[in-house]
Design a protein around this ligand. Structure first.
Ligand code: PMP
Length: 379
């Protein structure tokens, strides 16, 4: 017998379909948000695609993790004592520093704290994708300043693009995917020319570059520096970053930041990571030597490349960039096609690992180029 209470409706019809009528819609701002899905998945190969440490973190971290008890995990993480240690290490006051769940959370929280309708986020491009992603969740407008073909920091054009509406200027230094860097003098001048804006200097790749503006925290009232433990330290999986800035600005950021976003395993590992400077120096030294060797291999192969101050190098592959990336992956070496970045068509970014790993990468590169060239001749 038919159910007399069953409603008859046409699927998808907002009037007669109760599911369609009731389904919740997200905020318009979220619907307009830029989507970003990192190409992770089956990365069981030589990982030269995400600029991570390609080897391991300090062995001291493993020891620390081994001593964490089940009982330790029952407690909420307490970040302040570790923030005090990190602040001291960097020569800062505790009020000038916040640990974050990676620099990605730092960027997200910074943008949520400062950007509102009518504001402008000034970005030299190409640059790190997440600035634009998180800006797209706010009501601010992104003002992109395109670098020239040399992909050097577009200093003069960036200065010219500052307006009274500029609220944040985000500069990755060194920048990704170009590997180029702004000078300290340039960064300090930008901060001085935009006192109404936060100058975010994202020093994710600081250890490979060696130059910082973190000593100017508190001296320059609108300067904020971000650092990550995902790169040289080899802790990308733990999600650890930090923001350093004047106490007056950090007060607002700390209000927006979740008090528990940095978990207790990450907090436990941070002090030994900072202490083991020998490991960090070894890894950075290894990468810098490997970079010089690999750049020489690129030059021998006749490929155009951009000078890099970080643990990666951007290479011109041209129209065959997709095939190149696929063939390298088939040869066991993951690299990152940056063709969709502004001004990067045909360019591929290759992370630098250890010398041994980069010798393997150079061999895969040679074979891949030979395959591509043979294919071209056969056409
Ligand atoms: N900033 C830049 C410039 C980066 O390249 C990256 C990582 N790709 C990040 C921030 C993100 O770092 P984290 O892993 O700490 O979120």
């Amino acid at each position: 017998m038919p159910n007399p209470f069953a409603r008859v409706y046409k699927k998808g019809d907002p009037v007669s379909d109760p599911v369609a009528v009731l389904s919740p819609t997200p905020r318009a701002r979220v619907q307009a948000m830029m989507e970003y899905h990192p190409p992770l998945g089956s990365r069981d190969a030589l990982r030269l695609d995400f600029n991570e440490n390609t080897l391991a973190c300090s062995p001291k971290i493993r020891e620390t993790l081994a001593h964490i008890s089940a009982g330790d995990l029952t407690r909420y993480p307490e970040r302040q004592p570790v923030e005090a240690i990190v602040a001291k290490y960097l020569g800062l006051a505790t009020e000038q520093l916040s640990l974050t769940n990676g620099v990605d959370e730092a960027i997200h929280v910074l943008f949520e704290t400062f950007l509102e309708t009518g504001d402008e986020l000034l970005l030299p491009v190409p640059t790190y994708t997440m600035y634009e992603v998180y800006a797209s969740a706010t009501d601010a407008r992104v003002v992109a300043v395109q670098a020239a073909d040399d992909l050097k920091f577009p200093y003069e054009r960036l200065l010219a693009a500052i307006t009274s509406r500029t609220k944040i200027i985000a500069i990755a230094n060194p920048n990704s995917p170009s590997g180029s860097a702004a000078t300290r003098a340039q960064l300090l001048e930008i901060a001085a020319r935009a006192p109404q804006a936060v100058l975010l200097v994202d020093e994710a790749y600081f250890h490979f570059h060696g130059e910082t503006v973190i000593d100017k925290i508190g001296v320059i009232p609108n300067l904020i520096v971000a650092r990550t433990f995902s790169k040289a330290y080899g802790l990308a999986g733990l999600r650890l970053g930090l923001l350093a800035g004047p106490a007056e600005l950090m007060r607002w950021i700390k209000r927006v930041l979740s008090p528990y976003s940095v978990n207790s395993l990450a907090l436990a590992c941070l002090p030994p990571a900072l202490e083991d400077t020998a490991y960090l120096d070894w890894y950075v030294g290894e990468v810098l030597e490997a970079r010089a060797e690999f750049e020489a291999a690129l030059d021998r192969a006749g490929l155009r490349r951009w000078a890099s101050r970080a643990n990666f190098v951007l290479v011109e592959i041209g129209a065959q960039h997709k095939e190149f990336t696929r063939l390298m992956s088939a040869a066991g070496v993951l690299v990152r096609d940056r063709s969709s970045d502004p001004g990067c068509d045909g360019r591929v970014r290759i992370t630098i690992g250890t010398r041994e790993q980069m010798r393997q990468a150079a061999m895969a590169l040679k074979e891949t180029l030979a395959t591509l060239r043979a294919g071209k001749e056969a056409q």
